[in-house]
Design a protein around this ligand. Structure first.
Ligand code: FES
Length: 178
């Protein structure tokens, strides 16, 4: 003799399993765009050209011939998940030469990384931390710095002065980009 409650029980089991399956499928479908947006920065191509892009620091006429001027190097910074505008990434001493060319030197002392200042009285650059001194062209004149100040490439586009910024390792005689 068959059990009359077996059929409804089987049907309930089947419907329950179907509900779980459908729920799982819907959840999986719904998560695709969310997961896609979470992981899309990892799939996005890196943009080294943006990091290497020269940074505008002013017009030619803003620089007086022979007088170093400190400029902040500001750019938008983009990583995998965020973009921040107007971030100061460094600074440079920029000097306009009489022949129209420019010299740019990183303000980071090659000894241990303090900020190098302009010593107007002595007409040199001077580091306040361990008294390293440099000529206005950046060569080392005194102190424990293992090399001269680090030069940065300058580009002039029309009236605009731009700097290709790089950071260098400190404390070593060779100039190595970080
Ligand atoms: S950090 Fe500049 S001399 Fe030491």
């Amino acid at each position: 003799m068959s059990d009359p409650s077996a059929a409804p029980s089987t049907r309930r089991g089947f419907l329950g399993a179907l509900t779980v399956l459908l729920g799982g499928a819907i959840a999986a479908l719904a998560s695709v765009p969310v997961l896609g947006s979470l992981f899309s920065p990892l799939r996005a191509p890196s943009r080294p050209e943006a990091e290497d892009a020269p940074i505008p620091v002013g017009s030619v006429s803003e620089f007086t011939v022979g007088v170093p001027r400190r400029v902040e190097l500001i750019r938008s910074v983009t990583d995998a998940w965020s973009r921040s505008d107007a971030t100061t990434v460094g600074a440079a001493w920029v000097t306009r030469n009489a022949d129209g060319t420019f010299i740019a030197l990183s303000t980071i002392c090659p000894h241990l990384g303090c900020g190098v200042n302009l010593d107007k009285q002595r007409n040199t650059f001077a580091c306040p931390c361990h008294t390293s001194a440099f000529s206005l062209a950046g060569s080392r004149e005194a102190g424990p710095a293992p090399r001269g100040m680090d030069p940065l490439k300058v580009e002039v586009r029309g009236e605009q002065v731009l700097i290709h910024y790089k950071r260098f390792k400190q404390g070593i005689p060779e100039r190595e980009v970080v």
